[in-house]
Design a protein around this ligand. Sequence first.
Ligand SMILES: [Zn+2]
Length: 719
Amino acid sequence: MAEASTPASPIPEGTGYFASDSTLPFHAPDFTKISEDDYVPAFEQGMNIQRAEVQAIIDNPAAPTLENTIVALEKSGQMLGRVATVFFALTGSNTTDRLDDINTEISPKLTAHGDAISLNPELFARVKAVYDKRATMRMTAEDAKLLDETYEGMVHAGALLNDAQRERVKAINTELSSVTTEFGQRARNAMAEQPVFFDNRAELAGLSEADIKAAADLATEKGQPGKFAIALQNTTQQPLLPAMENRAAREKLFKASYHRADGTTAIDTRDLVAKIATLRAEKAALFGEPDWASYTMYDRMVESPQAALDFMGQMVPALAATQQREAGVLNEKIRAEGGNFDVQPWDWYRFANMVKAERYEVDDDEVMQYFQLDKVLEDGVFFMANKLYGLSFERRTDLPVYHPDVWVYTVRDADGSDLGIFYFDPFQRPSKRGGAWMSNFVDQSYLWDKKPAIYNVLNIPKAPAGEPQLVSFDWVNTTFHEFGHALHGFFADQKYPSLSGTATARDFVEYPSQVHEMWMTYPEVLQNYAKHYRTGETIPAELVEKIEAASKFNQGYDFGEVVEAALLDMKWHALSAEQAAAIDTPQEVSDYQARALSDLGLEVALVPPRYRTSYFNHIFSSPSGYSAGYYSYLWTQMLDHDSRNWFRQNGGLTRANGDHYRKTVLSRGGTMDYGEMYRNFAGRDPNVRYMLEALGLVAGEGAADGEASDGAVPAQTAE
Ligand SMILES: [Zn+2]
């Protein structure tokens, strides 16, 4: 034990750019001063410093307190945080081979570093000493939350286990890591090594010349010149199916996808599924939890597997009815086209696309002419933020950016004070990964007296020089979505960075961003930004209505396959250790899946899950991944549509509504119970019906009663 006067572990001093905060406004990263050579030494120094800081907490001779233990831990790792923030921003949006190599080298070290802290028994003893006297301490609600999260995070990692249990958990973690990696590889091989072969060109009738050429090339590459081969894609449905005219060929392609890795060919993942389910259930049992879902959902908004199952169960009657109704429509279309068969999954999208084109034909190029990027951002997104929250924005060019296509704005609050700084990085480029996301360069926190520096990254195709920068409907929607995340970050009002802004649960974080999508087509907003790039004419309301009507089409399938996958995920992870251990052969895995699916009450033969067990990468290809979490996509959508209903009922785009949402939700970060947060906003619990209405699964568009029902879904369906 260290003497108080002679600390055993002095805190080392960092060197280089990341050793101290940026001196630019808002602590904005100074990209002109950062070189790729800085990262590895900064990561190493950052980890060394944090190790020493943790040791100093342990060695502190004073009795453990909130300040000298919990807050001291929260304060540790500043340099590591600074380098990681910039580094991972750039590996996502503007990477290089060198950055990728550094990432490969540094990621396992960061994992080990984090584990060494959360599993440090001496540190945990101090954390627990504070936690155990929490009832007698005077704390703010945020202090209490930080204490809870720190304690529970360490417990979740295994801090309360005895030595034998901890050894077993480590062994399970190692085995899970290798078995799940093996699952991912086999599932990938089941696609890459098992394309579907066709003997003649007639079987591929309907495909484009380019697709047929690619199929011929792939067959040659696979040693069968003269034939045609189609590679399988990720999901159960396959993108080429709708174009294929030959029904037998469609069935062949679909069945190869559906039976992927399920024992019908040499590549089989079911033995791995049995192992993964067993190991996860055993690990949960070591933590005293009944099943893996209960273990892993400890920090979610939905607190138990049963609650997630009940939530999804509420959708089943309307969804099943919609699936049957849609199948009826498709059967009619098949007859009209001269077919004398009933629709099967391999026919579904071919005929659904035909019906959709007849009913809702929209010319995407025509729609894009109303969306110019700068107007979408400044007259659309920023206008919405001004109307709801009173914010104003000023473009600035004095701060360094990591790529010339990044735009920077100062964001000001309603009273004119600085709220933070916003980076907008809209364009697709080879150095950027796909998709769209938001994150922070600097987290808001009163602990460090910092305002947020936030970026949105998108992948909008860049127009050729000299042409207007037009944006597709979907990318406009994504621009509003990502800015919703940004607002969650800008309105953060926390002392502690680890509870600040978007630092919320997996099944909550997408909710505030989804809500902001509603303003994209809100008439007052639309009229302000959606102007034809040549004529200046506002987008016709009928065009927007058509697009919105089209979004309700085919949801029995599109939404149904996601619900089924989410239910299947939960069924696999609500098994007790005993139940999981009983599923110990590939056949048992198939049987359990069949039982689980037939229990759902949905039309699983017509609408199979988006992923079946044997290729469900989200839940089986990494130690934790999205396991017991696939429902999150549905849950946040439910919160979103319930909130849209609240806004509509209360007058829509008003400062009063914006301020209420900011006060109750957007400013709260991860500091309180999510159910309570939601009730503070809406005055009641969320209800699934508004999502079902929005998706066209039940009638009642525009239902105006704000009363909470019991969540029961009306039986009648639209049309
Ligand atoms: Zn999002």
